[in-house]
Design a protein around this ligand. Structure first.
Ligand code: PDD
Length: 261
């Protein structure tokens, strides 16, 4: 069962995790958010709830009130006494929703230092701006990742890159950042934070279509996401990237200042 801790929240009620039944709560049309908890506090919560409202609007689904969700997040953290981890909010409609701690896996120090291996994978997410459970695609990519012994797949369809299966992607060339346009990807919260950090440091960010043929022109590449934060990529298929480029290391440092306060 994809749940940890002692309690979860089901429809605004504090509930023992034994009563959580994944099949009643999560389906292929559920919208969801994964929020990272650092030192008892959710990171970028407002941004996550704003994106959740957008997902709900995109698929015409009614949301519980924001204050109710915020109070539930606080209660969940307090009652479980879990200082650091990931929580998942899943909403089917305003009468059928839940929040719980889920098992997480964060990259190791070595992965941050040496970067991770990735491979291209032919797929696109329909309605990419909505964070909707797509159970079959997620299962297929998880199997592929495991089989190949890699960290992540990068979706590429008709040779156009979009995003990772659970992350966004950035590239660096001549001290400037490149990432795929927001219309083609999940508007990642970490992606937004990276763009904000770049703008605050006068680093140019190009949001442009990127084809697989162009990948070899880039000096460096990294993934962004709630669990990986900013994670250097060492390879995409047979292509190698610089994992020590100073701009990427600066972004990693600035990002960690935002989450550790
Ligand atoms: N997913 N793109 C996709 C397809 C994702 O599923 C995710 C995150 C991201 C990164 O978004 P963020 O920076 O807001 O985490 C990009 C999560 C966390 C998941 O499904 O578990």
């Amino acid at each position: 069962m994809n749940i940890t801790g002692r309690f979860c929240i089901i429809n605004n009620q504090l509930t023992s995790v034994e009563e959580f039944c994944e099949n009643n709560i999560i389906n292929d049309h559920s919208i969801y958010e994964v929020i990272r908890i650092y030192n008892n506090k959710g990171a970028f919560v407002d941004a996550h709830l704003r994106r959740m409202e957008q997902s709900a609007a995109l698929i015409r689904l009614s949301m519980p009130k924001k204050e109710v969700i915020l109070y539930s997040i606080e209660t969940l953290i307090k009652e479980n006494i879990i200082e650091n981890g990931n929580i998942e909010i899943v909403i089917n409609n305003d009468q059928n929703w839940s929040i719980r701690f889920i098992p997480h896996s964060y990259p190791t120090d070595e992965q941050y230092r040496k970067g991770v291996d990735t491979m291209l994978y032919d797929a696109i997410r329909e309605n990419p701006n909505a964070k909707v459970k797509r159970i079959n695609l997620r299962q297929a990519t998880a199997n592929f990742i495991q089989q190949k012994g890699i960290y992540e797949v990068l979706y590429a369809h008709n040779n156009q890159l979009s995003e990772g299966s659970r992350s966004n992607i950035f590239f660096i060339k001549d001290k400037q950042l490149y990432t795929t346009p927001v219309s083609t990807v999940l508007p990642g919260i970490t992606r937004e934070v990276v763009i904000d950090i770049a703008q605050a440091n006068a680093i140019l960010v190009h949001q442009v279509a990127i084809s697989t043929a162009e990948l070899s022109q880039f000096d460096a590449a990294f993934l962004t996401g709630t669990s990986p934060e900013i994670l250097p990529i060492s390879t995409i298929n047979a292509l190698h990237f610089d994992v020590n480029i100073s701009l990427m290391r600066l972004l990693i440092m600035r990002f960690s200042q935002k989450t550790t306060g």
